[in-house]
Design a protein around this ligand. Structure first.
Ligand code: OGA
Ligand code: NI
Length: 354
């Protein structure tokens, strides 16, 4: 038996590699910097903001304004929060995780049928992040599906279509309501953001991530530090930890409250808010015991929207626009053509200040 130390391997997916018998070492092209050991990871999980969604939808104006204030503060201080009392049934969330698991357990040939190449392909199964621009890989397989404004679905597993259709519809309502609160927290009308960014035709992408156990988790990464391109991303998982968010220069392990939705702010919310709500930088680490599955649903403007900072913010606060207007679709292509590296794409639309 040959061991795999220092061998560069390019498997079609990480599930297959992780499943190879006697895999004791991480292949060299999966090894990230040598000082990746996650010893300095903080554990201030307790201080992560919690948003009670039922207050945000309350008829009591005091409760609502408290919730909006908390939401704005969470966006500004963390770019990350947990949402409770969101009304998405527990069994629906479980069904979503289960059918995502089933998808990754399909035979290889069947999954390969869905291996799209382009960032705008509506169904894209793949591994790592972008194997065409990277030499270094990540311990992750993914399935990305556009579920709005047009709903797509792989044909297998059988339950997938109905489960994901129902989940994405319900989640979109939650995301739009949250974005209404975000809009108000910026001093705008509740519907301002919705209209300006054409959320009626907004892009919603359903992403299943599969992180199998890794023999040397401290040497590699499930996903590198990055920010998401959209407005708000909502995440659930199979209750296995691995997500870390950056807060005040430290990595915080996220221990999700049971059945909560984990939410992070994306690049287009940073642009829209003219930099007030910075997009959150996060990453996923892996472990040597169990497979982690996360389902990440990204909510963005419509693909044709040209996103720029909201004009009332610029006029009111007399602060010049800090970002170059760009069509959302073009931004997605720009991000895909680059290595995933923290906020490198957003930096390209930032207007330097002296
Ligand atoms: C993502 C992401 C983190 C996770 O898919 O954009 O950040 O915990 N995933 O899977
Ligand atoms: Ni992300």
């Amino acid at each position: 038996m040959t061991d795999m130390k220092a061998t560069a391997l390019k498997p079609s997916n990480i599930k297959q590699l992780a499943g190879s018998p006697n895999l004791r070492f991480v292949p060299s092209n999966y090894v990230h910097s040598t000082n990746l050991n996650h010893d300095d990871d903080g554990d201030d999980s307790n201080s992560i903001p919690i948003i009670d969604f039922s207050l945000l939808t309350s008829c009591d104006p005091n409760q609502r304004s408290t919730a909006i204030h908390q939401l704005g503060k969470a966006c500004q201080d963390w770019g990350f929060f947990m949402v409770v009392n969101h009304g998405i049934p527990d069994n629906l969330m479980k069904a979503v995780i289960d059918c995502t698991d089933e998808f990754f357990n399909l035979p290889d040939e069947e999954k390969q049928e869905f291996s799209g190449k382009h960032v705008l392909d509506p169904i894209r199964y793949g591994t790592s992040f972008n194997t065409s621009t990277e030499n270094l890989f990540f311990w992750r397989d993914f399935l990305k599906v556009f579920v709005h404004p047009h709903f797509h679905s792989p044909t297998k597993p059988q339950a997938y279509r109905d489960v994901v259709l129902e989940y994405s519809k319900k989640l979109r309502e939650v995301a739009r309501k949250l974005l209404g609160g975000v809009s108000e927290s910026l001093g705008l009308e509740e519907s301002y953001l919705d209209k300006a960014l054409d959320l009626e035709s907004g892009l919603q992408v359903f992403v299943g991530n599969y992180y199998p156990p890794c023999p040397q988790p401290e040497l590699t990464m499930g996903m590198p530090p990055h920010s998401d391109h959209g407005l708000l991303t909502l995440l659930i998982s199979n209750q296995v930890g691995g997500l870390q968010v950056q807060h005040q220069g430290k990595w915080i392990n996220v221990n999700a409250l049971p059945n909560s939705l984990l939410v992070n702010t994306g690049d287009h919310l940073e642009i829209f808010s003219n930099g007030k709500y910075k997009s959150n930088v996060h990453r996923a680490v892996v472990n040597n015991k169990v497979t982690r599955i996360s389902v990440v649903t990204a909510h963005g403007p419509s693909l044709e929207t040209i996103v720029r900072p909201a004009s009332p913010l610029i006029e009111k606060e007399n602060s010049p626009s800090a970002y170059i207007p760009m069509k959302y679709k073009d931004y997605l292509e720009l991000q895909q053509s680059n290595q995933l590296d923290a906020k490198s794409c957003l930096d390209r639309v930032k207007i330097p200040r002296n």
